[in-house]
Unconditional design. Structure first.
Length: 480
């Protein structure tokens, strides 16, 4: 009899546990999602731009992947444009070239455009992450949150909140650890603004444009420049990503040769002469319609260019509600970061901000000399460091701007972290490409996540404020 009762009881418990993912939030979960005592809050990974594929006419026979475009559609556009490029070289007919270029670009990416309020077209779908159902968790397993990068971060923050609530429910934890990668930082900060930090145990911002990135505003306001040396640096630094030593060395040699023989310089001159002739039409007929009303892209615009960009790009009447929405992020989140962070820290939320420096950033705009991780400027990813231009230092006899009783100037005299919003919680990795991780960086994160107190740049001699990246040997070396 006892055995029968036990079998029946087990069946009931098993059934009610299985029922949890199906019925979601209800009384049933209390029966089996008891508090987990593993001692480690589950990890939520808030991914970067491009984490959700975007389709037009999804699920119909006209379904098309628009972001990121596949190799097919890139090859397609190049093939389509080749005759137009040849004609341009012979005839110098720039308008004729635009007549071929612009429809081809719009055909590939035009459906990404948002409407006047900054919302997606109804026939465009992003495959965002659904709510998770598997409660398995630990320091090495992330709950992956992917989203439509075009959308207002404050709208995506609502989805992240639902996601975090579900993770808590299925793991039996009160709080989560967050790792926000790149654009994920704009979503995570919007989440902290909207929902507070009550659900957050600790948070890592990895190469995140939490104060924007200079490219965005400069691109939207046509500050386009092609600097040959910057383009070469940008290309060469990306070569190790190929993970093929032979190809890497051959391409490096080829680039060196093209540079020394003046071919690259000549090309850059041609492009710089072309830019003024093509730019207005490319902007008016392609770039602005596609990017100009995307709140996700606007979240990257830095404060120094924000009002100017708005005045140049948006119509105060037609885009009134979009502007209201953009202001809510820009002023309420990006420019309120100091308050958001300090209130989280006061309540014991542990924060690690990781910014990389010394890489050539996207070279096609005026600020190409900003030190960066190749995508996000160090001063913005670090939430406020004072950073020397690429290849320069802060100057002999430099004295750190804010004296808090600690040294925050890097030994290579490139960074003064004393001006950061959180100087004690911001780490700098030299020569790390945007969000390119290895085991040494993961070890660093693990050390942080598994800790219990507020770890600072002074806690562990292995992880001081300034670290040299050594991807070949998968380690971080203190810069002393
Ligand atoms: Zn647990």
């Amino acid at each position: 009899m006892k055995r029968l009762t036990a079998v029946v009881m087990s069946a009931v418990i098993l059934f009610s546990c299985l029922a949890v993912p199906v019925y979601g939030a209800g009384k049933a979960e209390n029966a089996c999602s008891a508090a987990c005592d593993c001692g480690f809050s589950p990890m939520v990974y808030v991914a970067g731009l491009g984490s959700a594929k975007i389709y037009s006419n999804y699920g119909t026979e006209n379904e098309k992947l628009i972001f990121r475009p596949g190799t097919d559609s890139v090859t397609d556009i190049v093939t389509k444009l080749l005759p137009a490029v040849l004609r341009l070289i012979i005839t110098r007919d720039y308008d004729g070239f635009c007549d071929a270029l612009i429809p081809a670009l719009n055909d590939m990416l035009g459906d990404m455009a948002m409407d006047d309020n900054g919302d997606s077209k109804p026939n465009v779908t992003a495959l965002e992450s659904g709510l998770p159902t598997d409660g398995t968790h630990g320091v090495n397993s992330d709950y992956y949150f992917g989203y439509d990068f075009r959308t207002d971060p404050l709208v995506t923050a609502d989805k992240l909140n639902a996601y975090i609530e579900r993770v808590k429910e299925i793991t039996g934890h009160e709080k989560v650890n967050i790792r926000a990668s790149s654009m994920g930082g704009t979503i995570a900060t919007a989440y902290l603004k909207q929902y507070g930090h009550g659900n957050v145990d600790s948070i890592v911002f990895q190469c995140s444009p939490i104060l924007g990135t200079q490219v965005a505003g400069e691109l939207l306001t046509k500050k386009v420049v092609v600097d040959k040396d910057a383009v070469v640096r940008y290309a060469v630094q990306a070569l190790p990503e190929l993970n093929n030593d032979f190809v890497e060395k051959s391409l490096k040699a080829l680039i060196w040769l093209l540079d020394k023989t003046g071919v690259l310089g000549g090309l850059a001159d041609v492009v710089n002469r072309l830019v003024p002739k093509l730019i207005d039409r490319v902007y008016d007929e392609f770039l602005m319609p596609v990017l100009g009303k995307m709140p996700g892209i606007w979240a990257f615009v830095t404060d120094d260019l924000y009002e100017q960009t708005k005045a140049e790009v948006l119509d105060p009447v037609k885009n009134a509600s979009l502007i209201e929405r953009l202001d809510e992020y820009h002023y309420g989140v990006q420019q309120s970061l100091a308050e958001i962070f300090s209130s989280a820290k006061e309540d014991g939320v542990r924060v690690l901000i990781l910014a990389s420096y010394n890489m050539q950033r996207t070279p096609l705009v005026e600020s190409y000399k900003n030190s960066s991780d190749a995508t996000v400027d160090t001063k913005y990813a670090s939430a406020g460091a004072t950073v020397a231009l690429l290849g320069e230092t802060l100057g002999e006899g430099y004295v750190q701007k804010v004296n808090d009783g600690h040294n925050h100037v890097s030994a290579d005299n490139i960074i003064d972290a004393s001006t950061c919003i959180l100087p004690e919680n911001t780490w700098f990795v030299k020569d790390m490409l945007h969000c390119v991780l290895h085991e040494g960086i993961r070890d660093f994160y693990r050390w942080f996540y598994e800790g219990e107190e507020d770890y600072t740049v002074f806690t562990n001699a292995k992880y001081p404020q300034f670290l040299q990246n050594d991807p070949e040997n998968r380690r971080l070396i203190p810069i002393e």
